[in-house]
Design a binder for this molecule. Structure first.
Ligand code: SAH
Length: 380
């Protein structure tokens, strides 16, 4: 299926818009559900295959909408086979990456919300790209559907539910593309859409304070993760520059507000960087900061990003840090590193691309798909 720049993606419309459009075309209300059934349950990308939809309407839909929106250029599989990464081309030629992590009982899609990112965290590959553009809701949803097709195709017997969790932790900042991200969440959550429970979706933010207040009032009960990475302003501003705009005091105030309004536990992500933010003293400071709150800390040994002098903390250092937090009663887990050999880990997504003369010296990975896809990453 080819994509055409300028055409709207069929997944861009939420339920209200979809109903309004069909009504304006003089179609009965039940058509909306019928078509969504094809799109989100059968994962159909060809309007012609929607055989219970009248032929004239199929043609009209095909004339209006791009039913796909993503062209897979390359696909990588980690050496343990449990993590896969895709490089997608969007209709305008921009590129994003998505990651699928398979566990025993869960299959988690990690998806992108922007091409690049504006926030330039010191240890993040995506942050070096700068922000190229926001993804539309449809481009966000389409990533999940592509991964879902992959999972379903490999399940024997075929299962109606492939992906069990979606984390907005790929490229970009979900809360700075608020409108499209929340619309994607609603479509994925909709009982006529992808039907994924809101509690199975997690938005991860660099700490955009006004958007956290706004999110507290959203009807959809999505989870929130905050990328903290340091418990003091000096250190956090070095690692996460937006901290200069929204310092810890304001961030924690917003989190408290969010907790009071939603009652939903907030996760704090903390990338452990050897000799930078991983001392037991900082763990104690972090415990002070989070004391008494309904939170959970997720420690992530820093993933390597080429050109960065920083290293992930060693196992013992991470364990000692976790120990301090746990003894202070703060639930803490250490995130299992996944897909590092294919640069699919947190902060490693870069959508390997030569862009406006700039290119990072990233190592090449051998794509697992055949030559027609493997060569895609090198095209252009
Ligand atoms: N913009 C969102 C989503 C980004 S990626 C955010 O900032 O939360 C998801 C997580 O990966 C964030 O916590 C981010 O800080 C973290 N991350 C970025 N680079 C990393 C790296 N090299 N190693 C480990 N985690 C990293």
């Amino acid at each position: 299926m080819t994509t055409t720049a300028g055409q709207r993606l069929v997944y861009d419309l939420d339920r209200e818009e979809w109903h309004a459009l069909l009504a304006s075309w003089g179609e009965p209300a039940f058509r909306a559900r019928q078509i969504w059934e094809w799109l989100y349950h059968h994962l159909e990308t060809d309007f012609e295959a929607m055989h219970n939809v009248p032929r004239a309407l199929r043609a009209r839909l095909a004339a209006h909408f791009d039913p796909n929106g993503l062209r897979p250029l390359a696909e990588w599989r980690s050496s343990d086979g449990q993590t896969r990464k895709w490089l997608f081309e969007l209709a305008d030629g921009e590129r994003v990456e998505s990651v699928l992590m398979e566990y025993t009982a869960r299959r988690t899609a990690c998806i992108s919300v922007q091409v690049g990112c504006a926030f330039a965290c010191a240890f993040c590959a995506t942050g070096r790209m700068g922000l190229i553009r926001n993804l539309t809701a449809g481009e966000i949803v389409a990533q999940v559907l592509h991964l879902e097709r992959h999972v379903r195709a490999r399940q024997a017997p075929p299962s109606p539910r492939g992906i069990t969790n979606v984390v907005f932790m790929g490229m970009g900042e979900p809360l700075s593309n608020y409108h499209h991200t929340l619309r994607a969440v609603r479509v994925l959550n909709d009982a006529d859409g992808f039907r994924l429970g809101a509690r199975r979706m997690t938005l991860s933010t660099v700490g955009l304070v006004p958007a956290i207040y706004r999110l507290a009032h959203e009807p959809v009960q999505v989870n929130l993760a905050v990328s903290l990475h340091a418990p003091t302003d000096d250190l956090r501003t070095r690692l996460v520059p937006i901290n200069a705009t929204y310092p810890l005091r304001e961030l924690m105030e917003a989190v408290r507000y969010y907790l009071n309004h939603t009652g939903r536990r907030v996760t704090f992500e903390y990338a452990m960087i050897a000799d930078v933010n991983d001392s037991p003293e900082l763990a104690a400071t972090l415990a002070d900061l989070l004391a008494g709150l309904l939170v959970h800390v997720n420690l992530i040994p820093l993933n390597p990003v080429p050109g960065s002098p920083w290293q992930g903390s060693g196992r013992e250092r991470v364990a000692a840090f976790a120990d301090v937090l746990r003894r202070r009663g703060i639930p803490t887990t250490v995130r299992v590193r996944r897909g590092i050999d294919i640069a699919a880990g947190c902060g490693q997504l870069y959508a390997e691309v030569e862009r406006r003369g700039r290119r990072l010296p990233f190592p090449g990975h051998a794509a697992v798909r055949g030559p027609e896809m493997g060569s895609g990453a090198e095209r252009r």
